[in-house]
Ligand binder design. Structure first.
Ligand code: NDP
Length: 297
């Protein structure tokens, strides 16, 4: 058996095109572009790449991109003051503060300062609470992207056993809430889980969000399982001095056992920014009091 490879890159391109169509409709109706503000503090190289990419894709989707960059030594109060000004700026529908923040800043405090109605990352406790109780809000981009891929591949997820490895606030926990919302039987595994291979073997759906290169082995998987690999790990490549990206799942081995699997790169990764744009557009419609047709996006 050779697993179907889930093409997150293609799915993300389709989603971005849908967002772009709706962004044009928004502009016609509201008389302004939907706007996304991205705030970067410090010079973390990975964050710089993400922020550049987010800005570029925001503009390509026909939305306004507002970028705010601060040096690493910026005082927390100055960042909070910017967030406050973005909260009341009617040209800004979504606010994203790129994490991680420098060590002298309190991430939770900064996230809590973002208006929940502009919190397109879905990290504010109000949005985490809305997700937990099933109210509309903003859902973190990576797990929502994973859910879109799963539903596209499997259709109804009702009754399926889902095992999520990882319990972070940005991936594992919201993923669990989303899958529970789809009526899966959900298990959240983590570093203290006993007999991980046995736990994973029960899963029709495996979501690996750990950050450990190729930790999930092929013989942990139930034959035919759908495997979503969130992990991004840089390892040494065969060629000396070069590196390559791998996921949390032994991809080559899993191909023989899984029914379908996301590759790394080209699986979950491209979905994250596409869903961010989607969330920003949803925020724009809500903030402008305009109706977005059910299931439009
Ligand atoms: P965190 O480090 O916040 O969480 C990792 C989780 O994995 C924790 O819950 C931890 O358990 C668990 N874990 C660690 N070691 C083990 C182990 N040996 N066995 C079982 N569980 C373990 O990571 P994130 O959730 O932020 O990210 C996870 C991965 O996903 C990373 O590789 C990250 O780069 C990637 N990522 C990719 C994104 C994308 O766009 N594709 C977006 C976000 C993340 P415990 O809680 O017990 O410590």
């Amino acid at each position: 058996m050779s697993a179907d490879i889930i093409d997150g890159k293609a799915f993300a391109a389709t989603l971005r095109a849908r967002v772009a169509g709706l962004a044009r409709a928004f502009e016609d109706a509201a008389g302004r572009k939907a706007g996304l503000a991205v705030v970067l503090v410090g010079e973390d190289p990975a964050s710089q790449v993400y922020v550049r990419s987010k800005g570029k894709q925001t503009i390509e989707a026909g939305m306004a991109s507002f970028e705010h960059r601060f040096p690493a030594e910026t005082a927390e109060a100055d960042l909070l003051a910017l967030v406050e000004s973005l909260n009341v700026d009617s040209a800004v529908d979504g606010i994203l503060v790129q994490l991680p923040l420098p060590a002298h800043m309190d991430e939770q405090k900064v996230i809590s300062a973002i208006s929940p109605d502009k919190d397109v990352d879905g990290f504010h406790v109000i949005n985490a609470g809305r997700l937990a109780v099933g109210q509309p809000g903003f859902v973190p981009c990576t797990p929502l992207g994973c859910l879109m891929l799963l539903k596209d591949k499997l259709g109804s997820l009702s009754g399926l056993n889902a095992v999520i490895i990882g319990r972070s606030n940005i991936v594992g926990k919201p993923m669990a809430q989303l899958l529970l919302g789809e009526s899966c039987t959900v298990t959240i595994a983590h570093s203290r889980t006993r007999d991980m291979p046995e736990v994973v073997r029960r899963a029709d759906i495996v979501v690996a969000a750990v950050g450990r290169a190729e930790m999930v082995k092929a013989d942990w998987l139930k034959p035919g399982a759908c495997v979503i690999d969130v992990g991004i790990n840089r390892v040494a490549a065969a060629e000396e001095g070069k590196t390559r990206l791998v996921g949390d799942v032994d991809f080559a081995g899993a191909l023989d056992v899984a029914g379908s699997i996301t590759p790394v790169p080209g699986g979950v990764g491209p979905m994250t920014i596409a869903v961010l744009l989607r969330n920003a557009l949803v925020a724009a419609y809500r903030n402008a009091g305009l109706q977005l047709a059910d299931g439009a996006i």
